[in-house]
Design a protein around this ligand. Structure first.
Ligand code: DC
Length: 231
């Protein structure tokens, strides 16, 4: 199968994927695609509409009729839901706890994956991060990474991240959320979080963002000499 110009970065919540993916994309001049933000945006829409989260058909229908856009703005990524900037709102605890209900639906995922493939193929190079990028969305990605870290480190990172964004959540709530999401992300029937066979695992527990990004860039350079032109 022909390799695409995609770098796939998967891993559990708090493994450092988003920050690292953003940095790698920035250093390569690639498009950065946060696929979790897409599931979150859709979840926010369902919450705003007061939808019943057990009505799978209605949720699938919603995923067909929703416009989600990602736009880079300086150092951050702006997420637009039906043309409205929802970048902050999608990080709320309500969205975070409910997103799994949508993310476990096969047809919802199909619609999201279509959009992710379109975005990833439009650009000459893209870094996509999520849970199923290397296994489902871009199984032919040129480079695949699976980031992981100790449970405690992941909880601490999530806590710091949410505090910085102005959400007041206790460490206990964060710990419960990470535990629940690990369980649902890894055990769901459709596209569960797992390492692609050909993905390189990086344990980020004791590494800085710069170190992880540096390691990825070093591997990318080693694997494919044509990428040298980018540095
Ligand atoms: O990366 P994140 O925490 O923003 O993702 C939010 C949720 O979306 C996560 O708990 C699982 C789901 N997700 C998914 O199922 N598949 C992806 N490719 C990305 C995220």
């Amino acid at each position: 199968m022909k390799k695409s110009g995609v770098i796939a970065i998967d891993g559990p919540a708090g493994s450092g994927k988003s920050t690292v993916a953003k940095e790698v994309a920035h250093r390569l001049g690639f498009l950065y695609i946060d696929t979790g933000a897409m599931y979150r945006a859709l979840t926010l829409k369902a919450i705003n509409k007061g939808m019943d989260f057990s009505d799978n058909e209605a949720l699938v229908e919603l995923s067909k009729n929703t416009d989600i856009e990602l736009k880079e703005s300086g150092d951050s990524l702006k997420v637009y839901l039906d043309k409205k900037d929802v970048s902050h709102k999608i990080r709320s605890m309500e969205v975070t706890t409910k997103v799994k209900l949508l993310a476990s639906l096969k047809d919802v995922r199909e619609n999201m994956v279509k959009l992710q493939r379109k975005l990833g193929s439009l650009s000459s190079g893209a870094v996509l991060e999520g849970r199923d990028i290397g296994t489902v969305v871009f199984p032919n990605a040129a480079y695949k990474f699976y980031l992981d870290a100790s449970f405690q480190t992941r909880v601490e990172r999530r806590f710091r991240e949410l505090k910085e964004k102005g959400f007041s959540i206790s460490p206990e709530e964060i710990e419960a959320d990470v535990r629940n999401r690990d369980a649902s992300d890894m055990t769901r029937k459709v596209a569960p979080l797992k390492k692609a066979e050909d993905a390189k695992v990086i344990d980020t527990t004791n590494m800085t963002v710069e170190e992880v990004a540096g390691k990825i860039l070093e591997i990318v350079k080693k694997w494919h000499t044509s990428f040298l032109a980018l540095f």
